[in-house]
Design a binder for this molecule. Structure first.
Ligand code: NDP
Length: 246
């Protein structure tokens, strides 16, 4: 990373978000780690960042709440300064076949995975426009590209994120801001640890790289998109999936 930038990673305490936060810190960023439940994990990740000699803070907020997101941005600005790199990583799954899917399962996923991007990007934008520099990176999913049985809610939210990012890129792309999405494939985290072994084996057969992904695979792509080196990459969806969806 060129300059000491200020990054906010939603869901930065564990899984992919944690690795993104650490990678950005390794490349020189000050990092705000958002969590909703995993306070201890977020504090441990922040301590790891501080041990690298970088600044880190933790901030509790449910990103599916516009009011909590607003407070989160005000808190981060008061502690570190305005967010220059926004990573919308927080997400949940509530899988069910459509015939059985409850309204709550639909609404919870749309709120946590998609509305959160609307709330966060809206809060982040004004200072980015003023500074004529900014990075908005959404962690979507290959499910948003190719669909998955049992995930109509999640696929709709993740595809919604990419449509949002492309529109945002068209709105603010001429102001030194880039908006891009990363679509991870099968990444080993708590989210995928609940999948049965036969699902894992079936997935593996469809991964040309011959292995599942790690949070670090995703974090490195995100760190590149967050850097100055990616300034002409705009409105893209980069699959980090070992070739699964090529
Ligand atoms: P995990 O289940 O391991 O972690 C989810 C993260 O999201 C946690 O840090 C959690 O924080 C946070 N989070 C969830 N809901 C909220 C909320 N309402 N407000 C604030 N934070 C919240 O997931 P992964 O690390 O695997 O996934 C990270 C992202 O990557 C997600 O968007 C996921 O959809 C996406 N993804 C993952 C893939 C995979 O194979 N693992 C594949 C494709 C996409 P807390 O514990 O504090 O609630």
């Amino acid at each position: 990373m060129q300059k000491e930038r200020i990054a906010l990673v939603t869901g930065g305490g564990r899984g992919i978000g944690r690795e993104i936060a650490l990678e950005l810190a390794r490349r020189g960023c000050s990092v705000a780690l958002n969590f909703s439940r995993s306070e201890k994990a977020a504090e441990e990740a922040a301590a790891e960042i501080e041990a690298m000699g970088r600044k880190a803070i933790t901030v509790k907020a449910d990103v599916s709440s516009a009011a909590e997101v607003k407070e989160m941005f005000a808190f981060v600005a008061s502690k570190l300064g305005p967010v220059e790199i926004l990573i919308c990583n927080a997400g949940i799954t509530r899988d069910n076949l459509l015939m059985r899917m409850k309204e709550d399962e639909w609404n919870d996923v749309i709120s946590a995975d998609l509305s959160s991007l609307f709330y966060c990007a809206k809060e982040a934008l004004r200072p980015m426009i003023k500074a004529r520099w900014g990075r908005v990176i959404a962690i979507s999913s290959i499910t948003g590209l190719i669909g998955n049985p049992g995930q109509c809610n999640y696929a709709a939210a993740k595809a919604g994120m990419t449509g949002f990012i492309k529109s945002l890129a068209r709105e603010v792309g001429s102001r030194g801001i880039t908006a891009n999405a990363v679509a991870p494939g099968y990444i080993e985290t708590d989210m995928t640890s609940v999948l049965p072994p036969e699902v894992r084996e079936a997935m593996l057969k469809n991964i040309p790289s011959g292995r599942t992904g790690t949070p670090s695979d995703v974090a490195k792509a995100v760190a590149f998109l967050a850097s100055d080196d990616s300034e002409y990459i705009q409105g893209q969806v980069i699959a980090v999936d070992g070739g699964m969806t090529m």
